[in-house]
Write a protein that binds this ligand. Structure first.
Ligand code: DON
Length: 306
């Protein structure tokens, strides 16, 4: 019998409301994110048969931040193919998402496409291949989610730009190793625009469905081959939650990707995609209520990818 997702989600929302996430805080190094009400919560499941279940603030747009890195990677892979793996590696970093330490030690080649260095390099590849790189990820997400109006929030973009010195440092370090093809300022602008995209949890669950459905999106079109889809899921499982990835695999056990706007996307291949959003973050930059909600979901359905 299929799980009763509607009542599971209602129960999760109720339990999350009763939990105290007071030690968790909105991201404040991007000031526009600090202003979002911290008690917002949304969770949406989209199953491979087209059914959708939601609870909470499912239609309120949030800043997708690093969740965008999955979609930028898919977009770049579609145009570069295997060549992309010469530019970024596929190993967990074990350090913070915006760390420069390994990048110096490993001569400007990022550990994986989901830390900031890797995502900036992916933006560089997008910049070389798309006529309008600043819009390319938003347009892609518009097609995947069925809402062509998806775009970057300009306040968040300006906030990222004004507080983006660490990302610029990462990009300049890669440039110094001659590992960035395009000018630093153009590449970080594309990166900030992609992180500043605003979407709702419902739109995000829809856009993520192809990762649960062997590469087929909500409109029935193929986004990625089944083999490449499995690889993206493997990367999310090993690198999607930064230095919290081991704990997350242990306690939840699904491929997932987080962002400092408080969103987490995840999939159980063959079953469903899920997006949970709540802005307060734990010490590693992952949504505290989001992780708790995903733990509750896995406990309720009694299975993960393991
Ligand atoms: O570049 C940054 O730091 C942010 N725009 C995105 C970081 C992020 O979402 C990392 N996620 N946990």
């Amino acid at each position: 019998m299929p799980a009763d997702y509607a009542s599971i989600l209602a129960d999760i929302a109720e339990r999350v409301k009763q939990r105290d996430f007071q030690t968790a805080r909105n991201a404040d190094y991007i000031p526009a994110l600090a202003a979002v009400p911290g008690d917002r919560f949304a969770m949406v499941i989209r199953d491979v048969n087209g059914a959708e279940y939601s609870t909470g603030d499912a239609d309120i747009p949030f800043s997708i931040q690093s969740v965008s890195k999955v979609f930028a990677l898919v977009l770049a892979l579609r145009s570069c193919g295997e060549e992309l793996w010469q530019a970024v590696r596929r190993e967990p970093s074990g350090s913070a998402f915006n760390s420069l330490i390994l990048l110096e030690q490993e001569e400007g080649i990022p550990r994986n496409p989901f830390i900031n260095a890797g995502a900036i390099r992916v933006c560089d590849m997008i910049s070389s291949r798309f006529a309008n790189p600043d819009r390319s990820v938003a347009e892609f997400l518009g097609r995947l989610s069925g809402n062509p109006d998806i775009r970057a929030d300009n306040d968040v973009y300006l906030s990222e730009d004004q507080h983006g010195n660490r990302n610029r440092a990462i990009a300049y370090l890669m440039k110094s190793f001659e590992k960035l093809d395009n000018p630093v300022e153009a590449v970080v602008r594309t990166y900030f625009k992609q992180c500043a995209i605003a979407m709702s949890a419902r739109e995000m669950a829809r856009a993520t469905l192809f990762l649960a459905n062997q590469g087929i999106g909500i409109d029935g079109n193929m986004v990625l081959s089944p083999a490449e889809t499995r690889r993206i899921n493997a990367l999310m499982l090993t690198c999607g939650m930064y230095d919290g990835v081991g704990d997350f695999a242990f306690s939840v056990g699904i491929p997932a990707k987080s962002g400092v706007g408080g969103a987490i996307i995840g999939v159980i291949p063959g079953e469903f995609s899920v997006c949970v959003w709540s802005p307060r973050l734990d010490a590693r930059g992952n949504s505290a209520a989001g992780i708790a909600a995903l733990e509750m979901l896995i406990e309720a359905i009694g299975r993960s990818v393991f």
